[in-house]
Design a binder for this molecule. Structure first.
Ligand code: SF4
Length: 286
């Protein structure tokens, strides 16, 4: 239909098309370093890596097992900090106090409890776990504690950003540095499970080894299980050169993919139900 009010509009003159919108620049990465958890996030689902580490979308929900694990970490960290300061090991009350404080700081609306879990049942479980921890050899390491939740950063893979590691515990003996990463787990770890997670400790090995070149760096996972039979088990990881190099090659490939902005959804029944970015993922069209 002709527009009689606007004569200019009647003549079919070719108008210049409006300038194309300025190309939208992809957001800059929020960090100038890589962490082990960022690497494994990319490996599990490149699109969730993008949402979390590049777009910086807030995670609206957090699983209770994640908050529980962090709260247990905080309590155990308090134990080792006291030992490092030369104090007596804290009593059970002090550990549960740290655990509770962590929960108080969490956003109650955001926490998604697993089936059969609630604040009270998890608190009781934590208290029993601390009892098992206090009587385990882990609670009283032989040697001098030189680092608790120690943040180390370094460039260990050429061409990649620095790696940032937060190491739960570093103990020094006459001839070793013992690097321990603490895990809470629903079940006891098998040797294969420790092998599958070894990459984290192998990378920490590279961050730590420069501190005491004459000492052997020993790596171990300390696994606190949430099973009925509570246990604290140590799983040693051998830092042979081939395994370290293989892990570095993995980091290198993951970084190349991130640097090339290769992001795509990798749906899985294990990841997607707990993913905070389901809505954005469904809206994603490439
Ligand atoms: S919903 Fe699944 S596929 Fe989509 S971003 Fe999350 S983990 Fe990836």
């Amino acid at each position: 239909m002709l527009n009689l009010k606007n004569p200019a509009a009647q003549s079919p003159v070719r108008t210049r098309s409006p300038p194309p919108p300025a190309p939208t620049q992809p957001p800059k990465p929020l960090r100038d370093y890589l962490s082990y958890s960022a690497i494994t996030t990319y490996q599990r689902c490149p699109l969730s890596y993008y949402f979390k580490y590049i777009a910086g979308l807030p995670e609206k929900t957090v699983s209770s097992s994640l908050v529980f694990g962090s709260a247990v970490h905080r309590a155990v960290e308090h134990h080792f900090n006291e030992l490092m300061a030369g104090n007596e090991p804290p009593k059970l009350d002090a550990l549960t106090g740290e655990y509770d404080r962590h929960w108080q700081e969490a956003d109650p609306q955001a926490v998604k409890f697993g089936k059969g879990d609630d604040l009270e049942s998890l608190g009781q479980l934590a208290s029993k776990m601390f009892g098992a921890f206090q009587t385990s050899p882990l609670a009283n390491p032989a040697g001098q504690i030189i680092g608790v939740e120690e943040e180390l950063r370094g460039n260990i893979v050429a061409g990649c950003p620095d790696l940032l590691g937060r190491i739960d515990l570093i103990v020094e003996t006459a001839d070793e540095l013992i690097v321990t990463d603490l895990k809470t787990s629903r079940s006891r770890w098998s040797c294969e499970q420790a092998d599958d997670s070894a990459g984290q400790l192998l990378l920490y090995h590279e961050l730590v080894r420069g501190f005491a070149p004459r000492k052997r760096v020993r790596l171990q996972f300390a696994v606190l299980t949430k099973t009925k039979e509570l246990s604290v088990e140590l799983h040693e990881v051998r830092a042979d050169r081939r395994a370290v190099d293989r892990t570095k090659r993995i980091v290198e490939r993951v970084w190349k993919a991130i640097d090339a902005k290769i992001y795509y959804p990798a749906p899985s029944p294990m990841q997607c139900p707990g993913c905070s970015f389901r809505k954005q993922c469904r809206a994603w069209i490439g």
